[in-house]
Design a protein around this ligand. Structure first.
Ligand SMILES: [Zn+2]
Length: 485
């Protein structure tokens, strides 16, 4: 039985999926205006571990992670560089996906981009409007939080630092003066000169950030989803607002379990560009392997902050080598025939090993507590090294084979015990999907060039080549809404 710490209720709960054997999971993705940093890797690895652990336990996981490809940061950066936000997004997504491959992160089932989903966002805002939850002010559309019962009670328990950042967001908002209540948030932003915009019943503009996630989560996973994740900084107001608008439209619970990962601090200080303690992931990968970084990140409980320090790297590398060496030694260990030790001795070893395996899985079952689980893995390795390898005690072939099977099994979510095998598996799986996606994006870019040269017939031919009733393409991009198995 898997238990999850549900952040909305602030307690540990037994996980009960909506549909037997299936987990629907949405995680807020990145805003694609820059190259990924260590904090992005932290969140991506945390939810990859959770997703794969469900798969290890036999669930089928539908995992949606979006790309936010239109917002103030995107617009400012694109203007600074003199390129379109579309081009900026393409570049940044390519780097983000390179990071995912390096860290053995399985590609999400669907990776929608906000700008491809704008018609659905408009429909969603219309529904909110019909139900009386919105108002227009200065050409923008807002959600009226006073219309929702218990809005302020959502994610109420907060740490002091969260409260501070939240207050900043409200007071710094350009729109504060246009709102009825200070917590009200924008659903549709009126067009500003020089910014990308889309047509809507309220005039040209673009969607607010919160509406994007509600729409993409519900479109691909349904009105109620099992798990919604994201960084701790997203609890309020982002996830609070997602709940408000989603539940106001459907009248149903939006998410059954809310999970948030802790921050990544550098030498006890929050990582940020302005403080100059920002660690680019691509720089890290020049000096450390992706397997090592994955191991480093999994050694922290996803809920807790990670305090990153270069000083700890050597120690961490030694412990990773210990696990990998153990796996190799175990595989090479030959059980001597006719000299298998006393029956009593063997059953004692077997019981010890079984107990430690069970404790490892119990720790994972209890809110994916990976560092606690790793502690049991090391106890198992130490027990085996001390009692079997050093003392030259014998075990049966069955014990050896069972243990190898167990290690191979848990490596399907850990990904660092036997990285060689992992790479082979990835090669046959998500890497091909990613390559396919790259190819389709290349065709799409080519089609754009063709269109800008006004060769419309050829542009249509390219579109028809891609369409097989499943892939929809538009000038904005490709709709990847088909089910990837
Ligand atoms: Zn989100």
């Amino acid at each position: 039985m898997i238990k999850i710490f549900n952040d909305l209720k602030n307690k540990l709960e037994e996980f009960k999926p909506i549909k037997e054997g299936v987990v629907t999971m949405y995680v807020c993705g990145v805003t694609v205006y820059d190259s990924p940093h260590l904090g992005h890797a932290r969140s991506a690895v945390a939810f990859d571990l959770i997703r794969k652990y469900f798969e290890y336990k036999g669930y089928r996981v539908k995992y949606v992670m979006n790309y936010t490809d239109v917002d103030d940061n995107m617009i400012n950066r694109a203007n600074e560089r003199g390129i379109s936000i579309y081009k900026l997004a393409q570049e940044s997504i390519a780097l983000y996906e390179e990071m995912q491959r390096a860290l053995f992160i399985k590609s999400p089932t669907v990776k929608p981009r906000a700008t491809d989903e704008i018609p659905d966002m408009i429909k969603f805002i219309k529904k909110l409007d019909e139900k009386g939850f919105t108002y227009e002010s200065q050409g923008s559309v807002y959600f009226d939080t006073s219309k929702m019962e218990n809005y302020k009670g959502l994610f109420q328990k907060k740490e002091i630092s969260e409260q501070d950042s939240e207050d900043d967001q409200f007071t710094q908002s350009d729109f504060a003066k246009d709102k009825k209540n200070i917590e009200d948030f924008v659903l549709w932003k009126k067009e500003k000169p020089g910014e990308p915009s889309w047509k809507s019943p309220w005039g040209k503009g673009r969607p607010g950030w919160h509406i994007e996630c509600s729409v993409m989560a519900m479109k691909y996973l349904g009105k109620t989803i099992d798990i919604h994740g994201g960084g701790k900084d997203l609890k309020r107001p982002h996830h609070q607002n997602e709940i408000a608008q989603s539940e106001s439209v459907t009248g149903k619970t939006f998410v059954n379990y809310w999970m948030h990962n802790g921050f990544l601090n550098i030498d006890d200080t929050k990582m940020s560009k302005s403080l100059g303690n920002f660690i680019s992931l691509m720089d890290m990968l020049k000096n450390h392997s992706g397997v090592f970084l994955r191991y480093y990140l999994i050694n922290s409980y996803y809920q807790r902050p990670i305090n990153f320090s270069m000083d700890k790297m050597d120690q961490t590398l030694l412990s990773l080598k210990k696990i990998q060496r153990f796996y190799k030694n175990l595989n090479e260990y030959s059980v001597a025939k006719g000299k298998s030790g006393s029956v009593k001795g063997i059953s004692e070893h077997k019981n010890q090993i079984e107990e430690l395996k069970k404790q490892f899985l119990d720790a994972m079952d209890t809110d994916f507590n990976s560092p606690k689980a790793m502690g049991y893995l090391f106890s198992l390795i130490n027990y085996f090294n001390k009692n079997i390898f050093i003392k030259k005690n014998q075990i049966s072939n069955k014990i050896k084979e069972d243990l190898i099977e167990f290690l191979d099994g848990i490596d399907s979510f850990l990904g660092f015990i036997n990285p060689q095998v992992k790479e082979d598996q990835e090669e046959s799986g998500s890497i091909w999907k990613d390559r396919f996606e790259k190819l389709t994006n290349t065709i799409l870019d080519f089609r754009k060039e063709v269109k800008s040269a006004k060769k419309f017939e050829l542009a249509d031919q390219i579109r028809d080549l891609l369409i097989n009733n499943k892939i929809k393409i538009s000038d904005q991009g490709i709709d990847y809404s088909w089910e990837i198995e």
